[in-house]
Ligand binder design. Structure first.
Ligand code: SAM
Length: 326
C-alpha cells in the first residue's frame, strides 16, 4: 500500500454542514444573512443527510460533526444527532456552534447522544466580541454554563486569532478556560470565504502565540489526540489549562494526518477545505436515493483527496466557509 493510499484510507471523519446561514456576521467568516429559518430547495433534507451518513459508515466513516453556518438556527438538530448516533457503526457525533442558541438546546442535544461541542469564543470583552462577530456575548456564556453541567465528554472553545483585534483577549480566554477546565484552541486565520480578511495586519500566526505562551509558562505536549482535527495540544503547567493550536498556514505538517471530508449544506462532498474540488451528491439523492451511486461518488472523492491544502498558493475561495461546514 502506498503512503497516499494509507493517507486516504485513514479518512473516517465527516463534517456535515446543515445550513450556510448564521445568526452572527463574523468579520472573518462572512456568513449569509439569517433572518428567521426558511426551508431552501437546495439544502439537503435530514433524510438525505442520513442516507449519505449510512453510505459513509459503510465505507468506514465513524465520526461525524454537525456544523454550518450556525447549525442551531436549523430546527430539528437534536433529531438529526439522535438518528446519526443510532446508525450502527457510528462512534461519535459532535457539534460546532457559535453558542448563541445552546442554552435552550443543551439538554435535548445531550439526550440525543451528542458527544461533544466546540464553541466559538473569540473574545471575552462584550464590546470586542460584538466588533468581531456582530453578536452578543451573554447568550454564549449562558450556553457554555448550560453544557458544563451536562457531562459532555468533550467541550472545547475555539478562538480565531486576529492581530490587534483579540490579541489582548488571549489572557482572559486562558483564565476563563482554566477556571472551567475547558480546552481552549487558537485557530489561525485561513483564506476561506474571502482572501480579503487575510491581510498581514490581521494575521496572527498560531506559532507566534505559542512562542509567547512558552515564554511565560511550560507547555507540556499532550501525546495522542484530543479529537480528530489537526490541533496540537499542550498543557500549560502553571496556568493549569489545556491549549490547542490550529495553524493551517504556519504549521507545515498541517495536512499530514488529515482524516476528514466535508458534506456541504447543498449536498456536495468536499475532500479538502483548502481546495475547490467538490463532488455533487445530489444526482444520487434526488429524486430517489441511489446508494450504489452515492458509494461510487464517495470512493471517487476519497481517491481524489489532495495530500495538501492550497492555502499557501494564492488560493482563491469560491465558496463561503459557512456553506462548506468549516
Ligand atoms: N457557527 C459554528 C461555529 O461558530 O463554530 C460552525 C461553523 S464555523 C464556520 C466553524 C469554525 O470555523 C469556527 O470555529 C470559526 O471560528 C472558524 N472559522 C470561520 N472562518 C474562519 C477563518 N477565516 N479562518 C479560521 N477559522 C475560521
Amino acid at each position: 500500500m502506498s503512503c497516499q493510499d494509507s493517507f486516504r484510507r485513514s479518512v473516517h471523519y465527516l463534517r456535515i454542514s446543515v445550513t450556510d446561514r448564521c445568526n452572527e456576521r463574523c468579520l472573518y467568516c462572512f456568513p449569509r444573512e439569517f433572518s428567521g429559518w426558511r426551508e431552501q430547495e437546495d439544502l439537503l433534507s435530514y433524510e438525505e443527510i442520513l442516507a449519505t451518513v449510512a453510505v459513509a459508515v459503510d465505507l468506514g466513516f465513524t465520526d461525524f460533526r454537525i456544523t454550518g453556518g450556525e447549525p442551531l438556527v436549523r430546527p430539528g438538530v437534536p433529531h438529526l444527532v439522535r438518528e446519526i448516533v443510532r446508525t450502527p457503526g457510528v462512534r461519535s457525533v459532535k457539534l460546532s456552534s457559535n453558542g448563541t442558541r445552546l442554552a435552550g438546546l443543551a439538554v435535548p442535544l445531550r439526550e440525543a447522544g451528542l458527544a461533544g461541542i466546540n464553541i466559538s469564543l473569540d473574545a471575552l470583552d462584550p464590546k470586542r466580541y460584538y466588533e468581531i462577530t456582530g453578536g452578543h456575548l451573554a447568550p454564549v456564556l449562558e450556553g457554555i454554563e448550560a453544557i458544563r453541567g451536562l457531562d459532555f465528554p468533550s467541550i472545547k472553545l475555539n478562538a480565531v486569532l486576529l492581530r490587534h483585534r483579540n490579541e489582548d483577549q488571549i489572557d482572559p480566554l486562558l483564565a476563563f478556560a482554566a477556571e472551567r477546565q475547558l480546552i481552549l484552541r487558537f485557530i489561525e486565520l485561513m483564506p476561506v470565504t474571502s482572501r480579503e480578511v487575510l491581510r498581514p495586519e490581521n494575521f496572527l500566526p498560531a506559532s507566534e502565540v505559542r512562542q509567547k505562551l512558552e515564554s511565560q509558562d511550560r507547555l507540556e505536549p499532550i501525546e495522542g489526540s484530543l479529537g480528530f482535527g489537526p490541533a496540537r495540544y499542550f498543557r500549560m503547567e502553571r496556568r493549569g489549562v489545556t491549549v490547542g493550536f490550529i495553524g493551517a498556514l504556519s504549521d507545515l505538517h498541517f495536512c499530514e494526518q488529515c482524516n476528514k471530508m466535508r458534506l456541504t449544506a447543498d449536498g456536495r462532498l468536499r475532500p479538502c477545505l483548502g481546495n475547490q474540488m467538490e463532488v455533487d451528491l445530489r444526482p444520487f439523492l434526488r429524486p430517489a436515493i441511489d446508494r450504489e451511486g452515492l458509494r461510487a461518488a464517495f470512493l471517487d472523492t476519497l481517491r481524489r483527496k489532495p495530500l495538501e491544502h492550497s492555502f499557501r498558493d494564492y488560493y482563491e475561495p469560491e465558496r463561503a466557509m459557512t456553506a462548506l461546514g468549516g
